[in-house]
Design a protein around this ligand. Structure first.
Ligand SMILES: [Cu+2]
Length: 449
């Protein structure tokens, strides 16, 4: 029920439906659902998925909850943009968003449209009024921030209000106070916000970090905004509040540091019994002159009308490494990965089915055995930014059998095939009870051709 096309299932055919059925156990906090076929989600097929529990450690520290799903927004359909991106014309430059939305709402100044990479002309529209979040004074809000966008890393802040981070990607954190929060694609944070300021209106700011883009988009106003409206404040004027003076995490598109993000519940880390070095790169293909993403030597090509999970269950292995880099993991033990980024861009790498233990990251060369790693209560999360020309060392416990994708969550990069798969406990996959409805979708999509 992981939903990854070509990995755990075939796509849901047009006009058909599929019901995902899964059991939640010992898990809570902030997630999201989205289409996992090609670049479909950035056209809007996504939503929040929040799991509540009486075991949340910060449950008594807030009174109200708010969700803020923040996404960059393209005014051209993603299929057209992928066609352009995966052509020699783009020279590997990612499409830059035209605007941004919070909970699906955002505005655009159509006088800027002609400066866009793909102007929309008379189809341009000014969007919808920005969202307004009603706050009551002297109340503490649990604000869940989700980056559901395709490309942009953003810096989140609320004028005059500190943010107390208590969760990252479904893992509870020891509280840490920040004024600005960098959030990369697919990452989630929970922050506590105390409505302890004067009754008034305040800007919520999600600054799309243009320093992480390879090229400018003059049509883009990178400052995506919403309003916090205290009950009793006048609602006839926009906020007069001013941005924090502390500098944004501009030039480097990286996460909060490891010493800031400490899990609330420590989990002992097992030693690593298996080690893999994964080079992340982009290479121009000699045949088509297209810039494609590579994990080591493999650029992933999704299977048509099949999935690697179904193939694994039938015992088809090894996989063809020219299109599927599948790492078999036979024992329940610790697996350590060195994610080495040879590319000039940062990559928010997302892992299905597991959380990473994040042992370290940096910009200089990683030297095994020399570079110090965090082994005591290291950060755990499921989406980690690998810095440009930098490295990240992660570990995970191979305790969740299945075919698990690990990919860059920037939509353009997953479309350029930046993905590796882990065949977790193949013997258990062979005896896994896979619902026939999952398999029958492959036949249905086959019949459509
Ligand atoms: Cu990437």
């Amino acid at each position: 029920m992981d939903g990854t096309v070509g990995v755990t299932q075939c796509a849901i055919p047009p006009g058909q439906s599929f019901t995902y059925n899964f059991t939640v156990s010992n898990q809570w906090d902030t997630y999201w659902w989205h289409a996992h076929a090609a670049s479909q989600y950035i056209d809007g097929l996504y939503g929040p998925l929040i799991i509540h529990s009486t075991e949340e450690p910060h449950l008594t520290e807030y009174q109200e909850g708010v969700i803020m799903m923040i996404a960059d927004h393209y005014h051209t359909d993603s299929g057209s943009l992928v066609s352009w991106y995966l052509s020699p014309e783009s020279e590997g430059t990612e499409p830059v968003p035209d605007s941004g939305v919070i909970n699906g709402r955002g505005t655009f100044d159509c006088s800027r449209d002609s400066q866009a990479l793909f102007p929309t002309g008379n189809k341009c529209n000014n969007g919808t009024p920005m969202p307004v979040f009603d706050f009551m004074a002297r109340t503490t809000y649990h604000v869940r921030i989700i980056n559901s966008g395709g490309f942009a890393n953003f810096q989140f802040s609320i004028d005059n209000h500190n943010l107390t981070v208590i969760e990252a990607d479904g893992v509870d954190m020891q509280p840490v106070q920040v004024q600005r929060l960098p959030v990369h694609v697919a990452q989630r944070y929970s922050v506590l916000v105390h409505a302890n300021q004067a009754v008034d209106n305040y800007w919520v700011r999600a600054l799309l970090n243009i320093n992480c883009f390879n090229s400018p988009n003059p049509a883009l106003n990178p400052s995506i905004q919403a309003i916090i409206h205290y009950e009793g404040a006048t609602n006839t004027h926009p906020p007069n509040s001013v941005d924090w003076s502390s500098s944004v995490w501009v030039a480097i598109c990286v996460d909060l540091t490891l010493d800031m993000l400490k899990p609330y519940f420590p989990v002992p880390i097992l030693p690593a019994d298996a080690n893999y070095h994964i080079d992340i790169s982009f290479q121009t293909t000699s045949k088509d002159h297209v810039n494609m993403g590579y994990m080591n030597q493999t650029s992933w090509r999704p299977l048509m009308n099949n999935s690697t999970l179904f193939q694994s269950q039938r015992g088809i292995s090894p996989f063809d490494t020219s299109s599927q880099w599948v790492i078999p993991l036979n024992a329940t033990n610790g697996v350590q990965l060195v994610l080495n980024n040879l590319d000039e861009g940062s990559h928010p790498v997302h892992f299905h089915g597991h959380v990473f233990y994040v042992l370290g990251w940096g910009h200089e060369n990683y030297q095994p055995g020399v570079t110090p790693l965090e082994l005591v209560n290291p950060l755990r999360r499921d989406t980690i930014t690998v810095p440009a020309y930098g490295w990240t060392v992660v570990r995970f416990m191979n305790d969740n059998s299945g075919m698990r994708a690990m990919h860059c969550h920037i939509s353009w990069h997953s479309e350029s095939d930046l993905m590796v798969q882990f065949e977790s406990l193949p013997d258990r996959i062979k005896t896994m009870d896979i619902p026939s409805e999952l398999k029958s979708m492959c036949a249905a999509s086959n019949a459509m051709k």
